[in-house]
Design a protein around this ligand. Sequence first.
Ligand SMILES: [Zn+2]
Length: 483
Amino acid sequence: MAYEALYTRGRPKTLSHLIGQEHISNALARAVSSGRLSHAYLLVGTRGTGKTSTARLLAKAMNCDRVHEAQGSNRPLEKKEIPCNKCDACKNFDSSPDNVEFDAASNRSVEDVTRLLSTAYLAPLRSRVKTFIIDEIHMLSTEAINSILKLIEEPPPNVAFFLATTEINKVPMTIRSRCQVLNFRLIPQQTIAPYLLKLAGRLNVTLHEDAAKKIARLAEGSMRDALTYLDQCYAMANEEITLDNVNETLGLISDESLDEIISAVKAKDRVAVGRAITKALRSGLAANAINESLITRLRDIEFDMLGTDDRNFSELDKMIDGLRAASGEMYGSGIPDIILEMALMKLAAPVQSFVMPQRVATPSTPSDNLDEGWKIFYDTLSLSSKQDNTLTRIFDKATVVGFTGNEMTLGFRGGGAAGLFKSKQQLFEQAAAQTAGRAIKVSVVVDKNLPPSVLRNMPEPERTNLASAIDIVQASDATKIND
Ligand SMILES: [Zn+2]
């Protein structure tokens, strides 16, 4: 038998299965019981929250023989009876010519949509009520919207419309004001996780609780996404789904690896930071995915702290801010790995302001504002590398040894890198001017005693230790660029 996706199997069969939308299912159950259903519903909410499923349940219920009988005898219906799924009308619903479903986002032609809508004026062939379920209604052409408007203003007998949208602000007010609006909420993790556990139980799969929680968190309020993730893990695992299976299948970094990085940053241990981030990058995860996971993890830690006496949020906030800034820089950059490494190194910097080590060559100009110099340097690097990717490799070897506000002195450990830089100096200066909003003159010094750029402010012996860690990072990055 062909494998049926959980997403299909997990689809609600009655109003009682509508997880996380009880405010809607309760109201609809009362309306169905009393026969006070509207002929036009506007279902609003983010993807995967149950809009289309609800529309189908209602469309089915409008035609269900048992629902109809109960309405006739004034018997209140329970949610699990709406619809009954046993009568002929329910059994034939999926193939019924009287239920028309389409997705406005699927590029149907205007003629096509108009033709489908025009069938609303024909009596239903087999059912009590002819139903139209239209997804992503905001994507319809103005012409199609106007046809619908006309239909819901003067509805033909026995027709019902279910219009679903993820973007209510794009739906014309004329449509909104004529429909009964159902607002679907994001489904909380605390609701999704137990549902996944229950579903896994029915499939005879052992789903670990932490794995279920992780999937629920990733789903961000969408049951459909949660079921799709579970499906992927189910396909890869053997009757048992652990947190590791989830991380592996969905290409996620484990919480332990994230905590290792976070602890190293907290301890201001840059050697450990270098080691942890290198390990994470080597496992093949993309830098921006790692960054996102770090931010989410920090947020989770902060939320957990709310339940304790620990009120030291400022450190976590600073980390989240730093990583968020890095995330912005990574976007569209050719050097996301380096940006993430630098952001973490910066966060792991000792609290005191940077001091240049003594043995570094004395810059020709007074270096009263090195921090600003470094900031301009990285921003410039990120900007100019978009134009010329090879710049990354050269600038990687540079150290800002002096900055006066208008003049930047870059130090290189070797003449080769310095020479290469000089050939690109003009491009760098242009990008620097753009970044700083003023002209920046760059001069170059060569000093073989200069530490690699990131190690600029570290006392020995940490510098030597970190140098080896950084070399590994750079080596792994070089491999990627060569690929
Ligand atoms: Zn039925």
